[in-house]
Ligand binder design. Structure first.
Ligand SMILES: [Zn+2]
Length: 63
C-alpha cells in the first residue's frame, strides 16, 4: 500500500487506514487516510447513532 498522509496529524504513514470515503459526482470521490494512531479519533462512516444523538437543544433557554 502506498504511504499516505494522515488527515489528522499530517504525517506520512506507511500503514494508512481509510477513515472516510466521500463519493461526489463532481469531485470524483475523495479518500481520507489516517495513521493507525489517529484512526480511532475519526467518526465511523454511516454511524447509526449520528442522527439519534441530540446535538444540542434547539430551544434556547429564556433568560
Ligand atoms: Zn495521524
Amino acid at each position: 500500500m502506498m504511504p499516505q498522509v494522515c488527515a489528522r496529524c499530517d504525517k506520512t504513514t506507511s500503514t494508512p487506514v481509510v477513515v472516510a470515503i466521500e463519493h461526489g459526482a463532481s469531485l470524483g470521490g475523495r479518500t481520507l487516510y489516517a495513521c493507525p494512531g489517529c484512526a480511532p479519533t475519526f467518526p465511523k462512516q454511516r454511524d447509526p447513532f449520528e442522527q439519534c444523538l441530540p446535538d444540542r437543544p434547539s430551544r434556547k433557554t429564556a433568560s
